[in-house]
Design a binder for this molecule. Sequence first.
Ligand SMILES: Nc1ncnc2c1ncn2[C@@H]1O[C@H](COP(=O)(O)OP(=O)(O)OP(=O)(O)O)[C@@H](O)[C@H]1O
Ligand SMILES: O=P(O)(O)OC[C@H]1O[C@](O)(CO)[C@@H](O)[C@@H]1O
Ligand SMILES: [Mg+2]
Length: 320
Amino acid sequence: MKKIAVLTSGGDSPGMNAAVRSVALKANYHQIEPVAVQYGYKGLIDKNFLPLMNYNLGDMVHTGGTKLFTSRFPEFTDQVVQEEAVSNLKNENIDGLVVIGGDGSYKGAQALADLGFPTVAIPGTIDNDVGGTDFSIGFDTAINTAVDAIDKIRDTATSHERIFVVEVMGREAGDLAYWSAIAAGADMAVIPEIEFTTEGILEDIDNSRLLGNKRYLIVLSEGVMKGYEMAEDLSCEGRHKVRVSQLGHIQRGGNPSPKDRVIATRLASAAVETLIEGQSGICIGMRNTRAERNKISDVLEQETNFISEINSKRFDFLFN
Ligand SMILES: Nc1ncnc2c1ncn2[C@@H]1O[C@H](COP(=O)(O)OP(=O)(O)OP(=O)(O)O)[C@@H](O)[C@H]1O
Ligand SMILES: O=P(O)(O)OC[C@H]1O[C@](O)(CO)[C@@H](O)[C@@H]1O
Ligand SMILES: [Mg+2]
């Protein structure tokens, strides 16, 4: 193996740069030339290839966003486009590819592997909705950001004895909402994986008031509904005044937490080793503190850990 390329795809996540740096250093250590592909899968078609050793690798590990840029490139679902990508990779004499991204990016990686191009993926998304890993790169930083914001909202909510709906990201997955609700001591988490009723929340608000708690914090996952829609539903024609805060893209930015930096470094290093061993169609995840290899095709079929944990109802005592 003489040349390995790396790309970041889908939504950026804190720690992607740490992963890219680790690919570069690990490849270089094995006398393999690392290549950067800019703008995700789109860069494979636009031939955005650059020598990765030209990047300032010494100042990368702590930075947010992705220095390789990223894109959402729906055209990549087309096999003709995928074949063009493989042909462009081969013309650059690239022998293997590391993909850093979420569940959508994993599908792109699988497609390249199916076409016979050696491809390995690692999980980079704040959503934590990828199987085969306990945590995706960026999730820890995003929870920290969300909890920091919710703690601040709590101060003003308590001072004014208000009901707040805090809408957090996560697409169809409730991980970010649930983890941040637990960590911030919210009164309610509303996530796609658990059914809820407006009446149930209103009853809980009443019970909470009877217990002397006039402030009520709801952490709502974007996958359920919009924050302002929930506020409308809970207002009971003006009986409750409900404030809304949509945390939005603040959750995707910022310097990665040390945990995300370390996970990113380890997974990317393992991805290069996997390519060197001649394997393809593999994703590397973090399982019980160890880097674990799985087939991407298996992982795309699996439930994530979070869904199994939610189904075990272990946290029912916190939220109803
Ligand atoms: N079925 C598919 N086949 C081939 N490529 C795909 C497929 N689905 C997604 N992709 C590619 O992966 C890219 C990223 O996917 P997506 O936008 O779902 O983000 P993601 O990787 O899941 O990250 P995040 O959810 O954190 O934003 C898509 O824009 C597309 O280029
Ligand atoms: O980049 P966009 O289109 O704003 O995407 C937002 C989506 O991306 C994510 O931030 C994941 O990257 C989701 O949580 C969110 O639904
Ligand atoms: Mg995704």
